[in-house]
Design a protein around this ligand. Sequence first.
Ligand code: UDP
Length: 373
Amino acid sequence: MKKYDYLIVGAGLFGAIFAREATNRGKKVLVIDKRSTIAGNVYTEKIEGINVHKYGAHIFHTNNKKVWNYITQFAEFNRFTNSPVANYKGELYSLPFNMYTFNKMWGVVSPDEAIALIEKQRKEIKGEPQNLEEQAISLVGRDIYEKLIKGYTEKQWGRDCKELPAFIIKRLPVRMTFDNNYFNALYQGIPIGGYTKMVERILDGIEVRLETNYLDNKEELCGLAHKIVYTGPIDEYYDFKFGVLEYRSVSFENELIDKPNYQGNAAVNYTDRETPWTRIIEHKWFEFGKDEEGNDLPKTIISREYSTEWKPGDEPYYPVNDEKNNSLYAKYKELADADKNVIFGGRLGVYKYYDMDQIIAAAFDEAEKEFAL
Ligand code: UDP
């Protein structure tokens, strides 16, 4: 007799939500994670009263009311609105691309003037944009592409903008209004008390074994459960039999600074090619610089974020969804579809540049599908 209905590999958002949904339906689940912490890459750790986003900034945003209603069962969210600043060689620009950006870039004051300038600059792109560079120029023109997109994108992805898929840049809104909200989302915020606490609540009452690596104990762990939910890299699950999928990794240089304010904003992107980091996150501003009692925090913590090519042993962060990798993924997906004993989920399991809300939606959709049977 197997002790568990589901073995869930990975205690990130997908794994935790699937575990919750299965448990709520009377299933017995075991969640394992190779790390010593839960919450995957949304993990936050409180240092000097500041919730530090240890695996990079996570700003929750969604247009999906079902997702919002679901996740707010587990945390109250604050009113944080992401409005990053771009630093190009000391010149500061508002993001996403909006009237403040256009005014700073060209001195234009009206939407008509901005539209006219962009129209003129986008003429160099004929037909449907074929890559990220063409897509960017066709959205905002060459000036903005050169100063605010090219360097940042090439640092983040380690690839020429001509080699990258156009969809990546479509994540960013372009607005002819004075609106610095990075996201077009009805709902946005940061869970009060941190993401780790939120995931702790999702996993409430569920058995979790940390520092347990599925790949090291495959046979024994598989013997425990009828079915597996796998949120690690899909290529790793299949022993890289068709080849290795490419990922981008990120490393962080964290610094505690003995002053209350370093950069005046949660995120500053360094959009030139020469600065080695892509952005600096000042974590306290996700919570308005206050502790839980509403007191101003005297110190600050910043993280310089460096983007690197993933190699075995590194943490994978971003799937590289170019043609080559997508077609390799399709081969793994074919195996996965035929494998009725395992469900793949999460950014790494389905090799997609998913945001948190898409992961949450996918997790409960997957659970609904699984338990409707
Ligand atoms: N991007 C850019 N300049 C910026 C911020 C973003 O060109 O200052 C582009 C870049 O191509 C990047 C994409 O937008 O890969 C998505 O960036 P975002 O910061 O939203 O990604 P995240 O790392 O937060 O998922």
